[in-house]
Design a protein around this ligand. Structure first.
Ligand SMILES: Cc1cc2nc3c(=O)[nH]c(=O)nc-3n(C[C@H](O)[C@H](O)[C@H](O)COP(=O)(O)O)c2cc1C
Length: 231
């Protein structure tokens, strides 16, 4: 049966994409899942350099999901290209690289490195990163931030660009529109919902970072509503 789909400029053999941060760099799962059988593998978010992320505890279970504050731990784009891409190519995975940045220049540099790498199918743009030049507000929480980062990356790569929208805004469809106007091929919905858990015994936050992102069954109907609004 032909389950293939077209996502902007990207043809996938089926619509199943492993979500970024939930599937490592793909290679860790190769003994469990035939990576070639997936529509795509969105790898863990990558900055230009490696990052330690937040100290533990950084995951909390909730009644219908989990809250994480990993803090975008990662090996950086250069090590990813050198150490993970050869194996991902050998396994014939459709690789979608989730990219991060603290500045627009950093996003562009990561995109440039990936454009020069064989075997990358698309860039998923994690715009839920704090913009250090704008006082730390996430790129994806401002319409101009969203537009500016997407249009800058559009100028440096021919790879399909899929900005991943944050749900932590009032009108998500206007962010999809800003991304489209800036040259995005498609949008990805949704990143995690800003959340917090408190230990009632200690009266302290459960996560070292205090705030984290809620994912799982709890958010699914809200995410579906947001997909509908964007569509
Ligand atoms: C532990 C963890 C790490 C994540 N890391 C990333 C990441 O690096 N980049 C990104 O764009 N999204 C990241 N996400 C968000 C997921 O890709 C996904 O958008 C979110 O979990 C909501 O989907 P779900 O409820 O189906 O899990 C992460 C989620 C989790 C749970």
């Amino acid at each position: 049966m032909d389950l293939s789909i077209q996502v902007g400029g990207l043809r996938l053999k089926n619509p199943i994409i492993a979500a970024s941060g939930c599937f490592g760099y793909g290679v860790e799962y190769a003994s469990i899942v035939d990576l070639e059988s997936l529509g795509g593998v969105a790898v863990k978010g990558l900055f230009l350099k490696d990052r330690q992320g937040h100290p533990p505890p950084r995951i909390v279970e909730t009644p219908a999901g989990m809250i994480n504050a990993i803090g975008l731990q990662g090996i950086g784009v250069h090590r990813f290209v050198a150490e993970k891409m050869p194996e991902l190519r050998r396994l014939r995975a459709t690789v979608i690289v989730n990219i991060c940045g603290s500045t627009i220049d950093e996003y562009c540099e990561v995109a440039r490195v990936l454009s020069d790498t064989e075997g990358i199918a698309a860039i998923e743009l994690n715009i839920s990163c704090p913009n250090i030049k704008a006082g730390g507000i996430q790129f994806g929480c401002s319409l101009t931030g969203t537009h500016d980062v997407v249009s800058a990356i559009r100028k440096v790569t021919r790879l399909p660009i899929i900005p991943k929208l944050t749900p932590n805004v009032t009108d998500v469809a206007s962010f999809a529109r800003a991304a489209e106007d800036a040259g995005a091929d498609a949008v990805s919905l949704v990143n995690t919902f800003l959340a917090m858990a408190i230990d009632v015994e200690t009266r302290r936050p459960k996560l070292s970072n205090v705030l984290g992102g809620l994912s799982g069954p709890a958010i699914r109907p809200i995410a579906v509503r947001m997909v509908y609004e964007c569509r």
